[in-house]
Ligand binder design. Structure first.
Ligand code: NAG
Ligand code: NAG
Ligand code: NAG
Ligand code: NAG
Ligand code: NAG
Ligand code: NAG
Ligand code: NAG
Length: 408
């Protein structure tokens, strides 16, 4: 049936002058078939997004699509995108990507694919596979941090009412996804894995970062990424992340925020997380600066062998000016947080003396060193310690490290 229909549809598309060889438009539906071999599929993908940019559906049939150019589709209106195939980002032209990736204004970072507009659904039906050829980037980057031009895979940019579901990522070049300047974004049933098989580790292959966005829901994700798994950055508000399993990552984190700008984070719920072999589990990192972090809940966390499960810092990375930061961290709840720490510390929390933390609450927090014994809880500049629900066992020095690498 499918086979006998295709030539007819292709013929009609051609006859109506609407389609190139592999893109067929019929009314409000654009159907794309991969060109095959090593041909660059980007031109026809771009064409589909321009011909079906409004009140339309774009269907990418099964097969392998080669992505050799950056893609920016930012004025979509009521478009449903269904991807059944595998998209492979080329790795034999890293210089092209380095010179051409699109800026995302955050920390000089760039992306290979920007998607924006209103009422956009991107569905992978459990079949879409995005292969970033990340190993090439990991090796090129040699363990470095924010390599300019190393592309974020998918950026949801200035978008409203977005639904992303059922996509698998393998070997992303950089952060898997980035949500910026967007509102009402739901991302469900996503599976991400970027794992280095060389001597260089996969740095900055975060699962998601949100920034300047609100009403974002993240559900049913499995992520293996060797950096932060779910990371909520500056000016994010009303974020829910639920039922997330993170392997080899920083698991659930607020930050970093306020790197040279006033930034805030409000109303975040992280619930039902599993953090497998993670650096940290439920934590908050800010630069010394201005703004606030307010109303964050970490609920139902299970983990084992986490380097330092709970960590709060007012001076991430530099470990300087820790006590002059004017960025209060307040109304933070850790509830039903259970597991083992790699070393003898469950929590290291140093807040700024100029803007102490307050409203910290701990309920059913049970963290034990994996080697047995009891775990330390180190606290500095937290108001209301006496009734926060967890006994501090000592002070936490300024500049306390994010990872301990040994008993303290
Ligand atoms: C959205 O686009 C679909 C076609 O994909 C159309 O049927 C529907 O009416 C559009 N919705 C609105 C609100 O225009
Ligand atoms: C980004 O996603 C596309 C598909 O959307 C995929 O083909 C590509 O390999 C991915 N790139 C990275 C860096 O993950
Ligand atoms: C939010 O986006 C979803 C699509 O993911 C849409 O169904 C819903 O109506 C939007 N909500 C509002 C308040 O616009
Ligand atoms: C989460 O996954 C379960 C099992 O696959 C499914 O039943 C449920 O609908 C998913 N939730 C969302 C929000 O997609
Ligand atoms: C949680 O998400 C995973 C996929 O990561 C899914 O298999 C599982 O069924 C989900 N659980 C619930 C309770 O939705
Ligand atoms: C705090 O955040 C939660 C989401 O975790 C939200 O439901 C609640 O309304 C927020 N509370 C206030 C006072 O804004
Ligand atoms: C962590 O993942 C490994 C590999 O998948 C598995 O063997 C182990 O049981 C997991 N640990 C927990 C606590 O889930």
């Amino acid at each position: 049936m499918k086979h006998s229909m295709m030539p007819l549809a292709a013929f009609l598309g051609f006859y109506l002058g609407l389609a190139s060889a592999e893109l067929v438009q019929s009314g409000s539906i654009c159907t794309v078939t991969p060109l095959g071999g090593s041909s660059d599929d980007t031109p026809q993908i771009k064409k589909a997004f321009s011909q079906c940019s409004k009140d339309s559906q774009i269907i990418f049939q099964e097969g392998t699509y080669n992505i050799r150019q950056v893609m920016e589709f930012t004025n979509l209106k009521n478009v449903s995108i269904d991807i059944y195939g595998k998209w492979v980002w080329s790795a034999d032209n890293l210089q092209y990507w380095i010179s051409n990736t699109l800026p995302v204004t955050y920390a000089g970072l760039h992306t290979g694919w920007k998607l924006g507009g209103t009422d956009i659904a991107l569905r992978g039906h459990g079949k879409a596979l995005f292969d970033g050829n990340g190993q090439a980037w990991i090796d090129e980057n040699r363990g470095g941090s924010n390599r300019k031009g190393r592309p974020i895979n998918l950026t949801i940019w200035r978008a409203t009412n977005v639904f992303v579901d059922g996509i698998t990522w393998r070997q992303s070049q950089f952060w898997h996804t980035f949500v910026a300047y967007s509102k009402n974004v739901t991302m469900t049933n996503l599976d991400m894995r970027t794992r280095s098989n060389s001597q260089w580790s996969a740095v900055n292959t975060d699962g998601i970062d949100t920034w300047n966005s609100e009403d974002v829901t993240i559900r049913n994700w499995t992520v293996e990424c060797y950096d932060d798994c779910i990371s909520i950055k500056g000016n994010s508000k009303n974020i829910i992340a639920q039922n997330i399993t993170c392997y080899e990552s920083g698991c659930a984190v607020i930050g970093s925020i306020a790197n040279g700008a006033t930034e805030t984070v409000d109303n975040v719920l992280f619930q039902d997380f599993k953090c497998n072999h993670s650096s940290n589990a439920a934590w908050i990192k800010t630069y010394p600066g201005q703004g606030h972090v307010r109303n964050v809940t970490f609920r139902n966390f299970e983990f084992s062998d986490v380097d330092q499960p709970i960590y709060v810092t007012s001076c991430i990375y530099s470990n300087q000016n820790c006590d002059s930061s004017r960025l209060p961290i307040e109304d933070i709840t850790w509830e039903n947080v259970k597991g083992t720490s790699r070393w003898n510390v469950a929590a290291g929390m140093h807040c700024s003396s100029a803007a102490p933390c307050k409203g910290f609450k701990f309920k059913d927090v049970d963290i034990r060193p994996k080697a047995g014994g009891t775990a330390k809880v180190l606290c500095s500049n937290i108001k209301g310690q006496a009734d926060m629900g967890l006994a501090c066992t000592g002070t936490c020095p300024a500049g306390w490290p994010q990872q301990l690498k040994g008993n303290r």
